[in-house]
Design a protein around this ligand. Structure first.
Ligand SMILES: C[S@@+](CC[C@H](N)C(=O)[O-])C[C@H]1O[C@@H](n2cnc3c(N)ncnc32)[C@H](O)[C@@H]1O
Length: 390
């Protein structure tokens, strides 16, 4: 005989309307509560004591803004859907495009965009929900529509429910493209979307409604090949209303390599060097940074897999309990003595310049960072699209 399990709802408030919390019993919840209480106590004790400083406040040597020199305005307008903390928005902005509007469901992410670019039209929360927008008002006025529909329905880290996941927003992106008819669209997602598992999904949901009007390219890009010290491969769908323009488009070409296998390209900076940490005789790019919003439990860990854990160990970087800032990180020793990251460090490993800051609680900032397109990659894609207009 199986006993019915008595699930109790989580008491933790969330500002993410798409959050799917775990179904847990009271006893299971208590295990997590005890764990969080102990972690909080350890953190409070560490921050009260002056002699617990474990490492000096690090001074990064890497400036992602240098990978994306500001281009002169090119007169090409953009609409941004699912804007998150602004990875794609920032890349297109630095490449010279003219921002028309951003739509984003999370209030905190919309606040990030408003704070970074007070002159932008940013629709957030209920007003930012793309499901309620009549896009026809933009018809004929937009050069590029871009967006990263939520990747949870396809991510290897999730249940890969695809179209049956209520968070699947690809149909909304397609609806917007068909209503606005931008000259170009750019959509980004996890590389898993381009695997055999989702071939039918891509054919039915993306190609079938769009390919009669758009010439569509699919390209996978790797973050470290564009100078950012992180291994992160993502797929981009780039569609052109003009077949001629679509035939002219060339995807971004790698500028860096991770080791010396690509001939003469410069080797990308390692995570330790980028963050300004002491040399330990080993350096490498960081593993893929996971979003603090991606699992059933919000987290201040950026750890994505067991192999990632091994690489962090070799790098002597602690990927859990990311601190709110560098001062707090320096005061709070990681269990194994490795370097504790701060939100600013994680943002840097994701290719955001220091002056692009994030709003919300720590997990929410990490969520926006881990969800984002690496801005220097967005910049390269934007540059390649700009070139196709010439
Ligand atoms: C993968 S993230 C996009 C990241 C962004 N492209 C960047 O580069 O930073 C997907 C975003 O879509 C947002 N989102 C999900 N459903 C939405 C909806 N119905 N309307 C607007 N935004 C939505 C999520 O809150 C999340 O921030």
């Amino acid at each position: 005989m199986t006993l019915a399990r008595d699930f109790v709802p989580s008491r933790i408030k969330t500002s993410d309307p798409l959050h799917e919390p775990r179904m847990l019993t009271e006893a299971e919840r208590e295990v997590f509560r005890v764990r969080s209480r102990n972690a909080r106590r350890a953190k409070d004790t560490a921050s009260l004591s002056n002699h617990d400083v474990t490492h000096l406040v690090n001074k990064p040597t890497f400036d992602p803004a240098l990978l994306m020199p500001q281009q002169a305005r090119n007169g090409l307008t953009t609409l941004s859907l699912f804007s998150g903390g602004g990875g794609l928005d920032l890349g297109f902005d630095r490449a010279g495009f003219v921002h028309t509007g951003s739509w984003e469901l999370l209030d905190d992410a919309a606040s990030t965009l408003r704070r970074a670019r007070p002159d932008w039209a940013v629709f957030g929360g209920e007003a930012g929900d793309v499901r309620g927008v009549d896009w026809r008002q933009y018809k004929g006025n937009i050069a590029v529509m871009h967006g990263g529909p939520p990747c949870q329905p396809f991510s290897n880290a999730g249940k890969q429910r695809g179209a049956s996941d209520p968070r699947d927003m690809w149909p909304e992106f397609v609806r917007a493209v068909l209503a606005v008819k931008p000259e170009v669209f750019v959509a980004e997602n996890v590389a898993a979307l381009a695997t055999a598992r989702f071939t039918d999904y891509v054919a039915t949901t993306i190609m079938s409604p769009l390919s009669s009007q758009y010439t569509i390219h699919q390209v996978k890009l790797q973050a470290y090949e564009f100078g950012v010290p992180q291994a992160r491969r993502r797929v981009f769908f780039v569609g052109f209303l003009s077949a001629r323009q679509g035939a002219k488009w060339a995807p971004p070409v790698p500028k860096f390599q991770r080791n010396t296998d690509l001939g003469n390209l410069p080797v990308v900076v390692g995570a330790r060097q980028a963050l300004g940490l002491q040399p330990i005789g080993f350096d490498d790019v960081s593993p893929t940074i996971r979003s603090g919003l991606s699992g059933p439990r919000f987290t201040t860990s950026i750890l994505s897999s067991v192999s990632a854990q091994r690489r962090y160990e070799a790098l002597q970087i602690w990927p859990n309990g990311v601190a709110i800032d560098r001062q707090a990180a320096a005061r709070f020793a990681a269990k194994n003595g490795h370097f504790r990251l701060s939100v600013a460090d994680v943002a840097l490993l994701q290719g955001f310049p220091e002056w692009w800051t994030f709003e919300g609680a720590t997990y929410m900032k990490l969520g926006q960072i881990g969800n984002s397109v690496v801005p220097p990659v967005a910049y390269e894609v934007a540059g390649s699209v700009a070139a196709s207009f010439k």
